[in-house]
Design a protein around this ligand. Sequence first.
Ligand code: UN1
Length: 517
Amino acid sequence: MSNTATAIGMEEALKKLGLKEINNGTSTGSEHFGSGDTIASYSPVDGALIGKVTTTSPEDYKMVMDAATAAFKKWRSIPAPQRGEIVRQFGDKLRELKEPLGKLVSYEMGKSYQEGLGEVQEMIDICDFAVGLSRQLHGLTMHSERPGHRMYEQYHPLGVVGIISAFNFPVAVWAWNTALAWVCGDVCVWKPSEKTPLCGVACQNIIAEVLQKNHLPEGISCLINGDYKVGELMTNDKRIPLVSATGSIRMGKIVAQAVAARLGKSLLELGGNNAIIVTPDADIKMTVIGAVFGAVGTAGQRCTSTRRLIIHESIYDQVKNAVTDAYQQLRIGNPLDENNHVGPLIDVDAVKMYLNALEKAEKEGGKILVEGGVLEGLEYESGCYVKPAIVEAENSFKIVQEETFAPILYLLKYSGEVENAIEQQNGVVQGLSSAIMTNNLREAERFLSASGSDCGIANVNIGTSGAEIGGAFGGEKETGGGRESGSDAWKVYMRRQTNTINYTTELPLAQGIKFDL
Ligand code: UN1
């Protein structure tokens, strides 16, 4: 253990989460195995090795799928509220382990401890939501056109759900999917990011204990590990009717095509290029907090991070000065030290992409307002700490059109009506989150109208990140169109069946067709 890790009590946290130096990264519940190569997990906080995880070989995968398909046959016939009871117990276990798991999220991924705890809270919230939902997986009834007939629809479990998640929310996004899928009667196979494999094993340990205590079959919750090749085993597997994938647009296009080729369903939550529109009627103090948290929170590595501020020319200088001033207050450093606002990027590759983006922005004519750069010194020895930067830019810049997973905020200007700002905000290929800062009802409503924001999430006087679990989460255009988490997102985890029942002794045909024998 490194000194930083010891100082934050990492050893104890790992013990509480059942993690060892080398962990088997394949699991069907209580069984852990893994005959593939080993991946090492280094902390971006201090560069130290946290632990190793074995990956999943094709043979291991076969064992997982055998267990999952067998478990589905049992799990689907357990009443939904009883499945909800298991998710309730899982939520309770997460409450117990909130601190060690939050700490691991922070240490393995690099987000602040507060955000690590927040992520575990998001898991607890979705469990609570799913427990209630387990008693309301309802369909509709409709009137039949034929006498003595009844028509209704019902939702049945779908099968094995494949989950591919990203490093930036190493535990919560899995829970959004699993908590719903489980109450819906599905079983899950999860491939976490190869950058945060220990978070994966920790979560699997937590649910495995609950399943075992309730004498439930192996295979309801499965874990696989490895790179895209392991993911491909799932995307090409006909036994997986739904693949839920979170990550880059590039990855999403590959997953979508592979799954569509076998007419499976995919639920995609891909890149965002989220903007906050700041109108002349904005509350500047609120704008600054929302924009700064949105841009530098999780070191700009949320899919909902604020990447663009579209400011009305009449208040442009005022907002620019307020935001750049606020950046001077930011403390960058160990994310487990609660005095710091910004932690490291996930790895040195991410640092390269950040530096590249800044270079491109300047080349395209951008003006650096708050300078970026890599921090050096003992505290930053992992090489992953960068300075949040602000660049004055144009929406048409190629680099502004891209999602760079780093704390770079582009300031853009608009003039005239709010429609001009909306046009810029919609003028990107991504469509995840958006926000407007205004106290003007007319502007707010125009932003929310059919000709307003084209994103899956549109907020008023709130930043772009930090969505609650109660609403459906996801975005349009190249963000992939999927919806996870709250509202009626559960429907994607089930299959709909329409039932017509005839309780007469006649057999009238629909549409009045006569067919007499
Ligand atoms: C993500 O970055 O993939 O709205 C998810 C938010 C979080 C979830 C982000 N609740 O920022």
